[in-house]
Design a protein around this ligand. Structure first.
Ligand code: PEP
Ligand code: MG
Length: 324
């Protein structure tokens, strides 16, 4: 099997009916890029920048961040690199920020919420990203967006820093797409409104599932509710994809679900444009996608979205998509 996969390293990801989808990878550090390229990744769909901030005693400087972003972008050459701005909080803490303990960290002061209040931290990161943008194909993504207002604020801070850099005579790419993670149900419901303002969506199913089902993603006792194939989740995903396409925008997915062999045929049928996963999942996923017909999967869409339970969905997909 490994040899079969290796042959597909430099192949495009096209379905049996000749539809291309983007198969990209999640990374945490510049060292992960080698794995993406060795496994035939067509880009980076999620660069989790929080690792730059973790395991140290102070915030990373603009220069440190610039070097990391430049390294990832230049190694990836013209391939797309989606960099997520700081997503700290929940299960990821930073001791040196000295934030008060919270009763519900997953529902608390984290990610874009923290960045909009501590905009000194946010601006440093954005400046580093903007400066690095000339070394590759950068896309910037904001995490945990719950309202249009948050997106507009984040975007206007980005625009301000871009203007500042240009006034200082620093080159900044003028082709940077700016998108959001869809990992909060409100945002999935409001996708139509968001789609008019963002350049792209990336669905973060790890959090979207936990928030939709009200089941902590770290809590074993409620893990039975953590159901990627629950029609509630699939309908939210469908809403996001349809809304983006209606505005000529694209939708990716960077949660674990994107690399799951039962989810892949469903997501293909819903029209997902980009699948981002750990680099070791790329070749198995490409092998699977090559054998699937997008048109056929799309013909099951209404039936799947009307189903009542996760089990029904799984059984149906297994019967249609040649899975054991
Ligand atoms: C997600 O929520 O699906 C996601 C990709 O982000 P993280 O796992 O880093 O929270
Ligand atoms: Mg998340």
């Amino acid at each position: 099997k490994k040899e079969e996969w290796a042959k597909l390293k430099d192949e495009a990801t096209v379905t049996s009916d000749n539809q291309h989808v983007e198969l990209v990878s999640n990374i945490g550090t510049p060292d992960d890029v080698a794995g993406v390229l060795n496994n035939g990744g067509e880009g980076v769909g999620l660069y989790r920048t929080e690792f730059l901030y973790m395991g140290k005693s102070q915030l990373p400087t603009e220069e440190e961040q610039f070097e990391a972003y430049k390294s990832v972008l230049s190694q990836m050459k013209d391939k797309p690199v989606v960099v997520r701005t700081l997503d700290i909080g929940g299960d990821k803490e930073l001791d040196y920020l000295d934030l008060p303990d919270e009763m519900n960290p997953f529902l608390g002061f984290r990610a874009i919420r923290l960045c909009l209040e501590r905009d000194d931290i946010f601006r440093t990161q954005l400046r580093a990203l903007l400066r690095a943008s000339v070394y590759g194909n950068l896309k910037i993504m904001f995490p945990m967006i719950a309202t249009l207002d948050e997106f507009r604020q984040a975007k206007s801070i980005l625009d301000e820093e871009k203007q500042n850099l240009q006034n200082e005579g620093t080159d900044v790419s003028d082709k940077i797409e700016v998108g959001i993670m869809v990992e909060i149900p409100a945002t999935a419901v409001m996708a139509k409104q968001f789609a008019k303002e963002v350049d792209f969506f990336s669905i973060g199913t790890n959090d979207l599932i936990q928030y939709t089902m009200a089941a902590d993603r770290m809590n074993e006792r409620v893990s039975y509710l953590y159901q990627p194939y629950n029609p509630a989740i699939l309908n939210l995903i469908n809403n996001v994809i349809e809304a983006s396409h209606a505005e000529g925008k694209w939708t990716g997915m960077c949660g674990e679900m994107a690399g799951d062999e039962i989810a892949i045929p469903i997501l293909l049928g819903l029209g997902l444009d980009e699948f981002s996963m750990s680099s070791t999942s790329i070749l198995p996923a490409r092998t699977q996608i090559l054998s699937l017909s997008k048109e056929e999967m799309a013909s099951y869409k209404d039936e799947i979205l009307s189903m009542g339970t996760s089990e029904e969905v799984v059984e149906f997909v297994k019967s249609k998509a040649a899975l054991q």
